[in-house]
Design a protein around this ligand. Structure first.
Ligand code: SF4
Length: 345
């Protein structure tokens, strides 16, 4: 039995079945999530000897195997392809910055949303990840960073898949990771990124878990968004904006809008003005990032002049924004690219 596959209640149930006092479940949970151990040699001395022996004999701490990796030339970005028990594969990207260390986590194998610029979307939907498979990616990132004397400070659900279409498993995983008895991950340092699944956004607004929300917006007119991100036909911009007004009113939190700049497509003055028209009355922060070209999509990063003109419109309207550093282009870090290079056998 893999201890990282259990939630706290299941660990307590296991110990109850073994006739072990419930207090020891708390000790083991804390050890699992704070130390992210590789083996049982560091089990706390406060645990009875017979329990230590039984844990080492009958349980494991295993994570999915890393079947391919790419590391950027500067060593700051690493992308691992993990193989799940059924042979499916997902990607985890680990990014080291000066003062923080972040990971990009997947929530599905493939994706049904079919965004035109996305390698994962071009794969189609295969299956949802379980909560344990989502947790395992975070533990993998933490173990990897710890091996270099660092620690995970942030993570984003922005890898393969749409997290709000796998709502239950995703939230279950986040509750485990934020559980103060264990890892106690800081909620606001977790960002869930969605293409704009309106029922999921409204549901998330009511969650006690106060994670950060990002919307992969990329275009601000229905006509263009319908073609680039077909999910827009189901949840058009007006409906998305209504949901974000509700979300921000309930949570009192600013929403990040992700905007990948594609030359001649959405890096235009008209698109910037449409963005302002839709979002001026919603507390948002726009994250701009240049396109990471994939062989499957013909778009190119925007010219410096186009970027400047786009930013000028946001500044004039007083919409906060950041031009983000593009990480990982040399190591195939657009979602799904590594997975497509090394498909399962
Ligand atoms: S960008 Fe995200 S939501 Fe869109 S197809 Fe890719 S993985 Fe799915």
């Amino acid at each position: 039995m893999n201890l990282y596959a259990l939630d706290f209640a299941a660990l307590e149930a296991l110990f109850a079945a073994w006739g072990v006092a419930p207090i020891h479940a708390q000790t083991v949970w804390k050890w699992l999530y704070r130390q992210t151990p590789l083996d049982f040699t560091s089990l706390p001395d406060t645990l009875p000897r017979h329990l230590q022996v039984r844990l080492a004999a009958e349980t494991t701490l295993s994570l999915p195997d890393v079947v391919a990796s790419q590391v950027s030339a500067d060593g700051m970005t690493r992308k691992d392809l993990l193989q799940l028990a059924d042979g499916q594969r997902v990607e985890v990207v680990i990014m080291r910055y000066r003062h923080r260390h972040s990971a990009c986590i997947s929530t599905q194998v493939g994706c049904a949303c079919d965004c035109r610029f996305c390698a994962t979307g071009q794969m189609g939907f295969v299956r949802h990840l379980t909560a344990a498979e989502i947790v395992a990616q975070v533990i993998h990132a933490q173990r990897t960073l710890r091996a270099g004397g660092q620690s995970l400070t942030n993570f984003v659900l922005m890898g393969m898949g749409e997290p709000l279409l796998n709502y239950e498993h995703t939230l279950d995983a986040l509750r485990r990771l934020c559980d103060p008895r264990g890892m106690g991950f800081v909620e606001r340092r977790i960002t869930l990124s969605t293409v704009g699944i309106v029922p999921g956004i409204l549901r998330l607004a009511e969650e006690p878990l106060r994670i950060s929300l990002a919307v992969s917006l990329h275009t601000a007119t229905d006509a263009l968004r319908d073609t680039l991100m077909p999910i827009n036909r189901r949840y058009p911009l007006d409906e998305l904006c209504r949901a974000l007004r509700t979300y921000t009113a309930i949570t009192q939190r600013r929403v990040m809008l992700e905007w990948v700049l594609i030359d001649g497509v959405n890096a235009t003055r008209e698109q910037a003005e449409a963005l302002v028209a839709h979002f001026a009355d919603i507390p948002v922060h726009v994250n701009l990032i240049q396109l990471n070209p994939t062989p499957e999509y013909a778009g190119q990063p925007a010219s410096p002049e186009a970027v400047e003109a786009f930013i000028a419109v946001l500044e004039h309207a007083g919409i906060p924004h950041t031009m983000r550093q593009r990480r990982g282009a040399p190591i195939a870090a657009a979602c799904g690219q590594l997975r497509r290079r090394f498909p399962e056998n």
